[in-house]
Ligand binder design. Structure first.
Ligand SMILES: Cc1ncc(COP(=O)(O)O)c(C=O)c1O
Length: 471
């Protein structure tokens, strides 16, 4: 019998994780920083066409691309003359389980079944749990979802509680936990006890599963407008959404298309804090994940994260909570599309961005998600009001995360706010430098790797390293 106290379970974490993944990360761990990212992605044993076929068999993908005609009229009214790009949205809510996460789960679960696993485990409080549960159900696999739901008072955010119910509807067993470090411990214990597949969000399979989304965008935009889009906006948290989509765009030949990240600004709230846990009104697509994952992706349940968003991001925009609630209502009232919050984060950014771009340009918001009761603005805002959050109309610029939600009093209040990407890049380079053992320096190969990691050039990396050693 293996002992199951916290220290013993944690000490076995590497062997537990590896046997539950069916992937060999050893070749990618020989250096503390540098590894061959494309070789990691090439571990996926299926071509892009094969991935699309596997997903089609599971009812995943090939979602509609919708032009937001009424919103586009509004944008033209707000924009200076000659400006106002056309916005289109990929209706990912049409996937089984209601979000793009079905793409991420489909290939992993196909691989799990093909590798002989009897079930799959996912540690997530988000849409991914429902996606894994749904894909497992389709394939006759067992599914266990380990979910962080409650604060220490036993209170759960409406969206997270709803997602737990969704997982159960698909037949998954759901282990509901309160916020804190026990999530990972419980996850490891479940993997050890069951021998099930670790359906991690961050394996090459999970990312390759998103690539067809980028390919579909190019194909559908070419059919609709004669050209690939000028910009694609992705709601960004852990980075898989953006990474997979961007890789798909490149595979479809649209390398010139700008890839833009968008997150809700939750500056000042601590994600692991019991008291802040229920003072945020978005469960994903916010800066609490988005900034740390862009600045250092290897903070997950796999040794090397296949989601490396900073490699692909041309720009990173922030929106306010109040703006997203407003845009959620606008999408329903103007376009007749009631959709959940995640995609509307990117849409809020798109409405501001479109006013900066020319009228003959196009933007694709690359996802919607389903709108269940716990995802509606009314549920989130009632929950916020019960926690003493000040909810009012006005200028969202005045919003203070955890204290107020300010719903725009006019659509012209939707603003562009850029994250300082050079700063995020420098922070990644600093962290990489800190990973090197005492006395060993980063060589040319490492500098090239870091330039790719940060979507910069070797000279930028060298300048950053020099500035750090001069200090
Ligand atoms: C519907 C939806 N959109 C976007 C995201 C963000 O994706 P990522 O974490 O890969 O950046 C999530 C993640 O939770 C999601 O569930």
């Amino acid at each position: 019998m293996k002992s199951v106290d916290y220290e013993s379970v944690m000490a076995r974490r590497n062997e537990t994780m590896l046997s539950a993944l069916g992937l060999d990360y050893a070749p990618f761990l020989q250096h503390p920083v540098t590894f061959d990212y494309e070789a990691l992605m090439a571990q996926v044993a299926y071509s892009l066409d094969a991935v699309r076929e596997i997903q089609a068999c599971a009812g995943v993908g090939d979602t509609a691309l919708i032009e937001l005609r009424q919103i586009n009229r509004l944008v033209r009214k707000l924009a200076p003359k000659g400006r106002g790009a056309r916005i289109f949205v990929k209706d990912e809510a049409a996937n089984p389980s209601g979000s793009y996460k079905a793409r991420r789960a489909a290939l992993s679960l196909h691989h799990a079944k093909a590798s002989g696993f009897k079930g799959a485990v996912a540690a997530t409080s988000g849409n991914y749990g429902a996606a894994v549960a749904s894909q497992a159900a389709m394939r006759g696999l067992d599914c266990i979802v380990v979910q962080e739901v409650f604060d220490s008072l036993g209170i759960g955010q409406p969206e997270i509680v709803e997602k737990g119910r969704a997982c159960e509807v698909y037949g998954a067993e759901v282990l509901q936990l309160s916020v804190g470090p026990e999530l990972f411990y419980q996850f490891l214990r479940v993997l050890e006890e069951t021998g099930y597949f670790n359906a991690s969000l961050y394996t090459p399979y999970a990312i390759a599963g998103v690539e067809p989304l980028g390919v579909e965008i190019v194909e559908q935009m070419k059919a609709a407008t004669g050209a690939a889009p000028d910009a694609v906006i992705c709601t960004h948290a852990g980075g898989g959404n953006l990474t997979g989509t961007a890789r798909g765009l490149i595979k479809a030949g649209a390398s010139a298309c700008k890839v833009i990240a968008a997150s809700v600004d939750l500056a000042g709230l601590h994600m692991a804090s019991d008291t802040d846990f229920n003072r945020k009104h978005f469960t994903t697509g916010h800066t609490g994940f988005g900034i740390p994952f862009a600045g250092w992706p290897d903070r997950t349940d796999v040794p090397r994260n296949a989601a490396r968003a900073l490699r692909y991001m041309d720009r990173y925009l922030l929106v306010k909570q109040g703006e997203v609630f407003y845009v959620t209502e606008a999408l329903a009232r103007l376009e007749g599309l009631e959709r959940g919050p995640a995609g509307n984060i990117a849409l809020a950014a798109a409405i501001a961005l479109a006013q900066e771009m020319n009228a003959d340009q196009t933007i694709v918001v690359q996802e919607t998600e389903y709108a269940g009761a716990g995802k509606q603005p009314s549920a989130q805002l009632s929950f916020a009001r019960d926690r003493g959050i000040d909810i009012r109309r006005g200028d969202p610029e005045d919003e203070v995360p955890g204290t107020s939600v300010v719903i725009p009093d006019h659509p012209s209040r939707l603003k562009l706010r850029d994250v300082d990407l050079p700063r995020v890049r420098k922070s990644l380079i600093r962290k990489a430098k800190g990973m090197m053992p005492e006395g060993s320096a980063l060589n040319q190969e490492d500098i090239d790797f870091l330039a790719a990691e940060t979507r910069s050039v070797p000279q930028f990396v060298r300048d950053c390293l020099k500035a750090m050693s001069d200090r």
